[in-house]
Design a protein around this ligand. Sequence first.
Ligand SMILES: Nc1ncnc2c1ncn2[C@@H]1O[C@H](COP(=O)(O)OP(=O)(O)O)[C@@H](O)[C@H]1O
Ligand SMILES: [Mg+2]
Length: 267
Amino acid sequence: MIKFENVRFGYHETDVINNVSFNIPKNKYTCIVGHNGSGKSTIAKLIMGLENCRSGKIFVDGIEVNDSNLDVIREKIGIVFQNPDNQFIATTVEDDIAFTLENACVPQHQMQKIIEEYATKVGMQQYLKHDPEKLSGGQKQRVALASVLVGSSEAIIFDEATSMLDPEGKQEINQLITELKHNRTIISITHDMEELLNADYVIVLEKGVVVMEGTPDVIFSDIEKLQQLRLRLPFVLQVILEAKLKNFNVNNTMRIEEVVEVLCRSV
Ligand SMILES: Nc1ncnc2c1ncn2[C@@H]1O[C@H](COP(=O)(O)OP(=O)(O)O)[C@@H](O)[C@H]1O
Ligand SMILES: [Mg+2]
C-alpha cells in the first residue's frame, strides 16, 4: 500500500529521515515503532504529502506522492494525528464527523444514523452537540478517531492515537482498530511494544533509519537487538525470558495463556 524508496528528509540541514526504504503491505496491520524523535511522525507527514522528501520516492497504492496528486492520496489515506488539537474542522462533534461523510458523498438522510453509530463505537454518543476543542485530550482523540473511521479511506494512519487515553480506553480503542483490520490497511505509529503483538508487520525506526522490519515473530526472535535498541519487551516476552532462565520449556512465540499453563503444570 505504501512504498518508501531511499527517502531522505530534514527540517533543517541535517536529515531526520536517512535513506529509508520499506514496504507497508495492503490490508494488513502494520506497526511503526521507535523512541521519541526517531522520525515516526515525520514519516506520517511525508506519506500525507505534508512535507516533501529531499530525495527518494514515496508511493501510495502505486501512485507517487507529489504536489499534483495530494487529493488522490488524501482520499486513499486517513490520519489521526498525534496532537488531536489540529484536527477539528467543525464546532460540534456531530458536524466534525459529518464533514467526513460529506466528503465521502453519503446522502444527508443517512448521516445521523451513521454519526450516532460511530460516536457510540468510540464512546462519545453523549457529546454530539459539544465543541470538540473544549473536550479533554482523550475525548478529542476519540472524536478524531470517529471522524476518520467513518470515512471510506483504504488506509488509516494512527499516530500515537491513544496516547492520551487511560489503559482501559486504550484497550477499548485498540480493540476497535483491530476489528477494522480485515478490510483496510492500518498503520499504527506507537512506542507501546505491547501493540506489536497484534500486528501483521512491524517496522522499527531508530534515529531516522529502519533498523528492523518483518512479522512480529521475526522481530521478537532477535531479543538481543531489541535490548540493544533499548526497546522494552512486551510483558509476555519478559515472562518467557525469565522462565527460560529457570529452565521452563517455553519459547518466544507462545501466548501468555500458554506460558501460564507451562508454569502452572510444573508447580
Ligand atoms: N517541525 C519541526 N521542525 C524541526 N524539527 C522537527 C520538527 N518536527 C520534528 N522535528 C525533529 O525531527 C526529528 C523526528 O521527529 P518526529 O518525526 O516527530 O519523531 P517521533 O514521531 O518518532 O517522535 C526529531 O529530532 C524532532 O526534533
Ligand atoms: Mg511522533
